[in-house]
Design a binder for this molecule. Structure first.
Ligand code: GLU
Length: 502
């Protein structure tokens, strides 16, 4: 029988959630949903030194925002809990013991000072095949000494004993055949002195306990795969091993290396999904959400970082992604992150959303500027008029402020040099023609006729009219703006502006 699809996103709660992490979560999720499987959120918090308060809640909130909802998680437990590794602490030691008993792991008693001294003595020191004989461990010390150390509760770690001259090969569903020379892999710690497992032991134990069928994770974990594969074998679980799917890296815009948060800071774009405030320093790192990305657009652009459906289609909803997603179409090559392209996705999503769908986002963007808008009908009209001009949801504020507030300042440089008494007379006359029932087309028609009667080309008057209503040289069709503002407001703005231009 085919193994039931069960996949997991297994972040460590150490800080902000990088967009690469969200993409890993997304690919897990898409695969699970496509195959009627289960998507699990497992919190890998065994490294107490890196634990950051609030990071777990933050990760959950980022995933919620994206609509990547876990079927099983710390807050929505299934039958395989607990879903935080720290709460599973008691379950790991038995495996370390089993590995020691079977000769696949050993106890190492080296103190931090001794390890430091070795690092100073041997450049690029790693604990493994070439060095383990010179260290204080259960392979080198006499048995009675080891027993005495253990009986005396001497602090020690458990390390995997990497085999000599072996090749660990496996099939990665993206990369195909992959192999590693065991001589080049060090004896990683499996169990720490505090009894906590390291990532390597915990990941294998939990992937088995949670019956994970496929491991989707970033390519940066590929070098860890031989350790995990050996652990699966050494523990006697080889047949149950999940399938490996190492996702391509997300690269810096210039393609030179992995995209880091620092690149975002340097180049002025977000890398985290949502705002992250470091609880120690209070430093705020801006996220895609707060910058004005729609979650649909964020999900869409992440999906395209390393995947496509084999056609030119670029815009996909979550439902479509679930339907079309396949591992075969994930590329091996790293995907360059391009912030301009990311904004393009957002722009497309804004453009194709209707005003009702954008209403809450836009209101929120205004609230962030201290402005509360109550007239939804009017706001929807405004949204429809300007959405084509917005790349970010936050653009709605500067792009539409004049619909709610008469211009306080005018771009006088754009009108003054060509402003004449005759133009003022034209606008005085036009103000009389602006009535509430008129459509944009009718207002335009009247404008043109009147311009002709005053011996103007309409083009000479259009820019001043726009500046009267908007304050600057931007915005949608000026007659549409006039209709949305209504006759009273339009006329008022014409008069105020004439006074300012004269
Ligand atoms: N805890 C690891 C991380 O922080 C998970 C890697 C894996 O999926 O195996 O990304």
């Amino acid at each position: 029988m085919e193994k039931k699809v069960r996949v997991r996103f297994a972040p460590s709660p150490t800080g902000g959630l990088h967009l690469g992490g969200v993409r890993t979560a997304l690919f897990n999720y898409l695969f699970a949903k496509k195959h009627n499987g289960t998507f699990i959120l497992r919190i890998e918090d065994t490294d107490q030194t890196r634990f950051v308060e609030g990071a777990e809640e933050y990760i959950a909130s980022c995933l919620d925002w994206c609509g990547i909802i876990a079927d099983e998680s710390p807050v929505h437990e299934g039958d395989f809990g607990p879903y935080r590794q720290s709460e599973r602490k008691a379950s790991y030691k038995q495996y370390a013991d089993q590995l020691i008993a079977d000769g696949y792991a050993y106890c190492a008693f080296d103190t931090p000072e001794e390890l430091d001294a070795k690092r100073k003595e041997i450049p690029n020191f790693t604990y493994g095949l070439l060095t383990r004989d010179g260290m204080r461990n259960s392979l080198t010390l006499p048995e009675d000494e080891v027993n005495a150390l253990l009986a005396g509760n001497t602090p020690h770690v458990v390390r995997i004993k990497m085999p000599e001259n072996e090749t660990v090969s496996f099939t990665d569903l993206i990369r195909g055949h992959v192999s590693f020379d065991t001589n080049l892999v060090d004896d990683k710690v499996l169990l720490k002195a505090d009894g906590m497992p390291t990532y390597h032991l915990a990941v294998v134990a939990d992937d088995r306990a949670m019956e994970i069928s496929h491991v989707f994770r970033g390519e940066e974990w590929l070098p860890s795969a031989p350790i995990h594969i050996l652990l699966w074998r050494y523990l006697g679980w080889g047949d149950e091993m999940p399938q490996w799917v190492h996702l391509p890296l997300i690269l810096k815009p210039d393609g030179n290396g992995k995209l880091s948060k620092r690149d975002g800071d340097r180049l002025g774009f977000p890398v985290y999904a949502q705002n992250w405030v470091d609880p120690k320093t209070g430093d705020l790192t801006k996220g895609f959400r707060e910058l004005g990305f729609m979650p649909e657009a964020f999900v869409n652009l992440l999906a395209m970082l390393g995947w496509n459906d084999g056609t030119d289609q670029e815009i996909f909803s979550m439902t479509e992604l679930i339907e079309k997603f396949s591992i075969e179409r994930i590329s091996k090559a790293g995907a360059k992150f391009d912030f301009e392209k990311a904004k393009w996705y957002n722009h497309e999503w804004i453009k194709h959303s209707n005003a009702r769908e954008l209403l809450d986002f836009v209101k929120q963007a205004f609230v962030e500027q201290g402005i509360t808008l109550n007239d939804d009908v009017y706001l929807e009209k405004v949204i429809d008029l300007i959405k084509d001009r917005c790349n970010l949801l936050s653009d709605f504020v500067p792009q539409s402020q004049y619909f709610f507030l008469a211009p306080g300042e005018y771009d006088l440089d754009a009108v003054k040099p060509k402003w004449t008494k005759e133009k003022a007379t034209f606008f005085e006359a036009y103000a009389l023609e602006v009535v509430d029932e008129a459509t944009g087309a009718e207002l335009e028609e009247k404008f043109k006729l009147l311009a002709a009667a005053h011996n103007f080309k309409p083009g000479e008057l259009m820019l001043p009219f726009r500046i009267m209503l908007v304050g600057g040289k931007f915005g949608p069709g000026v007659f549409d703006i006039a209709v949305a503002l209504g006759a009273d407001e339009t006329v008022k703005r014409i008069h105020n502006a004439i006074a300012a231009f004269n």
